[in-house]
Design a protein around this ligand. Structure first.
Ligand code: NAP
Length: 307
């Protein structure tokens, strides 16, 4: 048996049960590794699926990413050994989820974690970091180009601003009034308050590349003033209508260990860091869900799994 945060049915944060009797996932299949989880990030999909439905099975163990130590390797796994400190984004492809003491996951999603940061700082990265990384790759900003990042203070946005700056792009970002300096410190050369529509539209006017980490409403507003032939990648959905000359694509993070390795290298090079909004013990997961659902987290909420 293992300790896990279990969602037995859809509903409010109070449905979450911290239990000591979840079945141990057992031995890994040939292509899998076992991970003893130390910490795991919390992401909007965790609370949205709990609240709105959409889980592939009930009950399920929450958490779509993890940081921890390799506890077992499948027969065909090369490149990992017991005791390696690793991290992974796995979506729904692990057994069980990341808010659990032990899990099994396909080795292709896993990479060695960065050594220069704490377990909690590393734990913020997998899902939000890989989303920022893959979205920027999909956006295909030309060398030295400018990218607009919306919600630059959130989980995805605060990594996207840093990664874009590390890649040499000029970054224009939106966030609320309390986060202006914070997002500037991440590497954005211009930060605008999304409440000020005039100023925001003026900042976005003529932009050729937009990474949207907020949702269809911001894309719908900002695409109107973008450059002819602009490109948009939305991680939180697209509006129904987008100008016909603009290419707008929705992205969904893919579990790719090689991308996690590149994010680890960026962290160890000092080019990517996690701002921890708060670290919660697993027992207080419901409180963490509630805080994230409020929509104004700066950086990441992380859940400490190991006692
Ligand atoms: N497609 C995928 O694979 C994928 C992966 C990860 C996340 N997502 C989705 O992407 C979205 C962002 O995720 P996240 O983890 O970054 O969320 P988050 O951490 O909860 O984002 C919070 C941030 O959003 C900012 N914000 C709130 N209202 C805003 C507005 N109107 N305009 C601009 N910024 C605003 C807040 O800034 P203030 O506090 O200053 O207001 C806050 O810092 C979510 O919908 C999530 O479900 C999708």
């Amino acid at each position: 048996m293992v300790r896990a945060a279990v969602v037995p049915r859809h509903g409010g944060p109070e449905v979450i049960e911290i239990r000591d009797d979840w079945p141990d996932p057992g031995a890994p299949a040939a292509h899998e590794v076992g991970i003893t989880v130390e910490a795991a990030g919390l992401n909007p999909s965790d609370w949205k699926i709990r609240a709105r439905g959409g889980a592939s099975e009930l009950p399920y163990v929450a958490g779509r990413e993890a940081v921890g130590t390799i506890s077992a390797t499948g027969a065909d796994v090369t490149g990992f050994a017991i005791g390696d400190q690793v991290w992974a984004y796995f979506g729904w492809h692990s057994r069980p989820g990341g808010h659990c003491e032990r899990l099994l996951v396909d080795a292709s999603a896993v990479a060695l974690r960065p050594q220069s940061v704490s377990v909690e700082e590393a734990a913020g990265v997998p899902l939000a970091g890989i989303t920022a990384w893959q979205a920027l790759r999909m956006l295909d900003v030309p060398e030295g180009g400018t990218v607009v990042v919306t919600a630059g203070s959130g989980g995805v946005g605060h990594y996207a601003v840093q990664i874009a700056a590390a890649l040499g792009f000029e970054v224009v970002a939106t966030t609320g009034p309390a986060n202006q300096d914070f997002v500037g410190s991440l590497g954005a050369s211009r930060v605008v308050d999304y409440h000020d529509e005039t100023q925001t539209l003026e900042a976005v006017k003529g932009a050729s590349h937009l990474l949207d980490a907020f949702g269809p409403a911001t894309i719908a507003a900002y695409q109107q003033v973008m450059a002819e032939g602009g490109r948009i990648v939305g991680v939180a959905g697209l509006p129904k209508d987008v100008r016909s000359d603009i290419t707008a694509r929705a992205m969904h993070a893919e579990p790719v260990g090689a991308d996690m390795a590149q994010l680890a290298a960026l962290m160890d090079a000092g080019k990517l860091r996690t701002t921890l909004h708060e670290v919660f013990p697993l027992e207080r997961l419901a409180e963490a869900h509630e805080m994230l659902a409020g929509g104004h987290v700066r950086g990441k909420i992380v859940i400490r799994i190991a006692p």
